[in-house]
Design a protein around this ligand. Sequence first.
Ligand SMILES: [Zn+2]
Length: 344
Amino acid sequence: MTKLKNKYSIQRRYVTNKNARPRIKNLGVDFLVAHETANNNADADAHYNYFQGITFSASAHTFIDDNKILEIIPLDEKAWHVRYDVPRDNRMYGDDANDVAIGTELCRTGDFDKAYDRYVWYHAYLCKKFGLNPKKDIVAHSKLDPSRRTDPQSWLEPNGVSWNKFINDVNDYYRNWGSDGSQAIKPSNPSKPSKGYRKTATDHVGMRLENIYHTNVNYYNSPRWDNPTGTFKPGHGWTITGKYIVDGSYQYQVKNSKGHTYYVTAHDKYVKVIRGKSAASSKPKPKSFKPGQKVTVKKSASTFATGESIADFVKGNSYTVKQVKSDRVLLGGIMSWVRKSDVY
Ligand SMILES: [Zn+2]
């Protein structure tokens, strides 16, 4: 049985172009920056050739495709993979990425799952090699340079892999490093997202998104509109983590109480952003009804609390609450008991 740590071999073929590789020693390795190349047509070797020929300063240490892990800059030398004038690497790790971090690029060519597995494995390898914590010491290029960069999420997410999943996958390899590789992770998520989507700005991150529609609203495990992953009920909420334009319409990226990421319509007919309030849980708020209050019978309601079916003309109509019991309200006008879950 192959142990995980022996699953792949690393090829080392160093560029000699001074623009890519100035041969300056780094100051050690304090963290890792995850990148993707954003180039649909170039594998690891093609990037070697590219950096061997460039006439400006740019590079990364390692390029990974579906059959190769290729280091083109020695890991004890600097590479130019993050702008020096971004402040966040200094704030997070106390130094500039180019001076104290290894930059690894995921190539887009070939089989994503194979390339991704190597990319995960290599990050675990670097954590072992440099004594780093996969949960804290790996950062996305997009986090360091958010105004200009979206990688590596720009290639992970279209392939169904969230940043959190990537970190968890690296951590799994890291924890099982010396054990049998047969329990290797599978880059899961068979649902491929729609091609036509992109991330967009929102100032609603951290706020609660609530279903205000009279019936269930779909959610998806990637930015798309078909094949919903599930539905959430009226009154249920999520915490907003981002916003996307998917085939021309907005979706919020949200997180539930378990930390799972989903995508939900942003249309104000169905959902509402509750300002200043985050959804710690996705449980519905307890509904309290009082006599005298006006409520509307949901279109999705089918039977009264007493079992008889609800006539269509009642659905969508508003009535005054006459009495309240634990699970039902008595509505004036029709003088019938309706479940609390069937009115809003
Ligand atoms: Zn990058």
